[in-house]
Design a protein around this ligand. Structure first.
Ligand SMILES: [Mg+2]
Ligand SMILES: [Zn+2]
Length: 204
């Protein structure tokens, strides 16, 4: 089995510009390429898990979300960052503008549907994996499947949680809180001094 770092996209990898619809608005956050490189060298799979309400609102199509992701990957590649291993997003919302997406799904964080799907498809050991997010909904999704959780402050963590179907479990707190992905990575790697050598993880 492999271990993963689940990464929220907006506010963790790229600037959270609120309803990103134009690939030209993508800004990779400072320190992200190096942080991803360190994680990859430690053997983690890098898997993006994102709520994309813009689809439910009819602002972009699912295809355009993939195009935006391709641009993120391209920008990362230009900085020498490693390839991401997976990209999963939820296009739904219980109050979606587009009826086709108007469901209370299992994949919208704080629900863990996308983490479980990624775990199946990448043969991941969830309890050895981590999630890094900028919202408590990221933290709850990870904690509910046994991941360790890191809250970073590069996004909109100070904003109240966006509406969800059911009340958020206020008892869930991140295992660690820090400024950005770079600091999150230092914390994660310091936890496992004995198995961060390249090749010790992720060999299947
Ligand atoms: Mg976010
Ligand atoms: Zn969904």
């Amino acid at each position: 089995m492999s271990t993963a770092i689940f990464l929220d996209r907006d506010g963790v990898l790229i600037e959270d510009v609120d309803l990103l619809t134009n690939p030209d608005d993508i800004r990779i956050l400072e320190g992200v390429p190096q942080a991803l490189r360190s994680l990859k060298e430690a053997g983690f799979r890098l898997i993006v898990i994102s709520n994309q309400t813009v689809v439910a609102r009819g602002l972009v199509t699912e295809q355009e979300v993939y195009a935006i992701h391709a641009k993120v990957e391209c920008l990362l590649d230009q900085t020498g960052a490693p390839r991401l291993d997976g990209f999963y997003f939820c296009p739904h919302h219980p109050n979606a503008t587009l009826p086709a997406y108007r469901i209370a799904c299992e994949c919208r964080k704080p629900r863990p549907g996308l983490l479980l799907q990624a775990a199946r498809e990448h043969n991941l050991n969830l309890v050895a994996s981590f999630i890094v997010g900028d919202r408590i909904t990221d933290i709850i999704a990870g904690a509910s499947v046994g991941c360790r959780t890191v809250l970073v402050q590069t996004g909109k963590h100070q904003a109240p949680p966006i509406e969800t179907v059911e009340p958020l479990d206020r008892s869930i707190q991140p295992d660690h809180t820090c400024a950005n992905l770079g600091e999150a990575v230092r914390w994660i790697l310091a936890l496992q001094p004995f198995d961060t050598a390249q090749g010790r993880r992720g060999s299947g």
